[in-house]
Design a protein around this ligand. Structure first.
Ligand SMILES: Cc1ncc(COP(=O)(O)O)c(C=O)c1O
Length: 356
């Protein structure tokens, strides 16, 4: 029996998208493939409010994160960090031999534009990495405000992990001055895992021409060369790309992006009202995510037991807290194509189990 996923990735995938994965294979050096590619591009640009090309990576989001820091940093990168995934981006940067410093804030608290400004004023950095939606803490960082600061410094790349926010919350890539905005499709896109997308600015492509190439697979100028032919550099995950086309047509042409963002806003509000009534919410108020809620376990329930009962008796799965917070918090996602009855049904079931 299928478990309905209320986890912050992978998320629930609609049956018609699963069916799209099993359609006949097409060759990636054909006009037919380029037509698919050309169907995807304008919709991704619309979704991200950008004129920049949006590259497709046959990898999870981590591949696109590696690409960002291996192509985008000449001097040193500043990792803005307040959660597990920004800490991980710092490790990725360093592991790739790219110089980087970390600007640490407590988990669940925002890194302010002023903090970033103070670091950039040293003149040591030519790139900043930041996570838009911290999946580990359920908070949305002030990317727009930090982007203003980053853009006030010459030739400083702004590289944003929007993994668990893209396609669920509005991200205005060009207005916010984001040079690379990346995500995996297994989160708010509502597609199976294995493909990542990233918008890439012209000045980042110029920077990449100047940086000693650290990767072939994730080399942005090479990806760009093939992008201009409406193709990918290497054999891509073709079934995934077909499913992405179908889902983008649904998101942009049928549901509408503003409606999609409003639905995520509404559903996260329902979970957050519930969490406030019975528990508490982990991150600072004002920064709560619109795609997932990190509930603070103020009642001291067994999160593991709750999830086990949800899975075994109700075919629903939520996520425990991240890492050391596995029992102190738990996370409920409202990402992708979930409906209000889905979310209300989950919360009513939790209430039944806990006797709330
Ligand atoms: C914010 C964020 N960044 C990066 C990642 C890593 O993504 P992937 O597993 O697709 O490589 C995740 C995965 O959960 C995430 O939530």
């Amino acid at each position: 029996m299928h478990e309905k996923l209320f986890t912050p990735g992978p998320t629930e995938v609609r049956t018609e998208l699963l069916q799209e994965l099993s359609t006949a294979q097409i060759h990636h050096r054909t006009e037919e493939f380029s037509d698919v590619y050309d169907d995807i591009q304008p919709r991704l640009k619309k979704l991200l409010f950008t004129d920049n090309p949006v590259f497709l990576f046959t990898s999870s989001s981590t591949g696109a994160m590696e690409s960002a820091v291996t192509n985008g940093v000449k001097k040193k990168s500043l990792t803005v960090s307040n959660g597990a995934f920004s800490e991980r981006w710092h490790k990725i940067t360093r592991k790739n031999g790219v110089p980087a410093d970390i600007l640490n804030q407590d988990w669940g608290k925002p890194v302010t534009p002023e903090m970033v400004d103070e670091k950039l004023a040293t003149g040591e950095y030519d790139a900043v990495t930041m996570v838009f939606n911290e999946t580990s803490t359920g908070m949305m960082n002030p990317v727009k405000e930090v982007g203003k600061v980053v853009n006030s410094y010459d030739d400083t790349m702004f590289l944003v992990d929007a993994v668990s926010g893209m396609a669920g919350a509005k991200i205005k890539v060009d207005d916010w001055g984001i040079d690379m905005c990346l995500a995996g499709v297994q989160k708010a896109f509502g597609l199976p895992s294995g493909l990542a997308v990233a918008s890439v600015s012209e000045r980042l492509l110029e920077r990449a021409e100047d940086v000693e190439p650290r990767s072939y697979y994730f080399n942005l100028p090479l990806l760009h060369k093939y992008h201009k032919r409406s193709q990918t550099r290497t054999t891509p995950a073709i079934p995934q790309i077909l499913a992405l086309r179908k889902q983008l047509k649904y998101i942009v042409d049928e549901e509408g992006i503003e409606n999609r963002f409003a639905r995520h806003d509404r559903l996260s509000g329902i979970v957050q009202n519930w969490a406030k009534q019975y528990f508490d919410i982990f991150p600072e108020e004002g920064y709560w995510s619109k795609t997932l809620t990190c509930v603070e376990n103020t009642r001291g329930i067994s999160v593991a037991d709750l999830n086990q009962e949800l899975i075994e008796k109700h075919n629903m799965r939520i996520a425990n807290g991240y890492g050391d917070m596995s029992e102190e918090t738990f996370r409920i996602s409202n990402m992708a194509d979930l409906s209000e009855p889905d979310v209300r049904g989950l919360l009513a079931t939790i209430n039944d189990i806990l006797g709330l």
